[in-house]
Ligand binder design. Structure first.
Ligand code: ZN
Length: 258
């Protein structure tokens, strides 16, 4: 699977790590607005750290276990101004509507309303980098969401079957999902799934995620044989991993869950 949070696939993973507290999430009033703050305890933390995610604005406070959650919350309260400043820099969510701009297959496109009638609910003008949405304005969001999900499914399915043919495997099932924590997954029953939000990533990134999950159909681990299979399908996959690490979370900005 490919998780949104990078995990180090080290052989030493069997070594027991100190357990982290699940902590809790509290609402903190910042500039009169309730902001949810995740409080976490970590026995390895040496001091309290407040983090604001640069693409999502999520606030996390990690404190040494001995400090306790109450101390973590106090600390966050003391950093309210800093948190507010960081959050002000976070790009706003992009709702699917005419006038919005978003990276369809990684390339910036503008959504425009193309009138009541069109050849399809959504038409892609690749040269002009425009997505024309037709029909009633109040249906635009749903029509655009349907369009992106369908495009994502078609591209992922075609690529999964092509990669599968290269490795001599056929996925039992391919599904599209909208999970916030994974780009793709592969079950023991050989069913693979992908996040439809990959439609906002460049093609090489989506292809890497597909290659990764298809390779799991043969190797259900992240060992050297697994990576050899990924390499066979996509010889230059490191830039895609790097792209996901740097920009992956920003894909949640588009068509935010309401
Ligand atoms: Zn994996």
């Amino acid at each position: 699977m490919i998780s949104l949070f990078r995990r180090k696939p080290k052989a030493s993973a069997v070594k027991k790590r100190p357990t982290r507290s699940n902590g809790e999430t509290v609402a903190l009033a910042i500039e009169g607005e309730p902001v949810s703050v995740k409080l976490r305890l970590n026995p390895r933390a040496r001091r309290v750290i407040v983090k604001v995610h640069p693409s999502t604005g999520e606030v996390t406070v990690v404190a040494p276990t001995r400090a306790g959650l109450a101390h973590a919350l106090d600390f966050a309260r003391g950093e309210q101004d800093w948190i507010a400043r960081q959050r002000a820099r976070v790009p706003q969510p992009v709702v699917l509507a005419p006038g919005a701009r978003l990276p369809f297959r990684g390339q910036s496109h503008e959504i425009r309303h193309g009138g009541r009638n069109g050849p399809a609910p959504v038409c892609h003008d690749a040269a002009g980098r425009v997505l024309w949405v037709h029909g009633r304005a109040e249906h635009a969001q749903r029509r655009l969401t349907d369009f992106f999900k369908r495009e994502a499914r078609n591209l992922c399915e075609a690529q999964a079957l092509a990669y599968g043919a290269q490795l001599g495997v056929v996925p039992a099932r391919i599904t599209m999902r909208d999970t916030a924590s994974r780009w793709g997954s592969c079950s023991a029953a050989r069913a693979i799934s992908f996040s439809w939000r990959l439609i906002f990533a460049p093609d090489f990134v989506r292809d890497y995620v597909v290659a990764h999950e298809v390779a799991h159909l043969k190797e259900m681990n992240h060992g050297p044989r697994f990576w050899k299979l990924v390499e066979k399908l996509q010889p230059d996959f490191k830039p895609a991993q790097e792209w996901l690490r740097l920009h992956g979370r920003s894909l949640q900005r588009y068509a935010p869950k309401l």
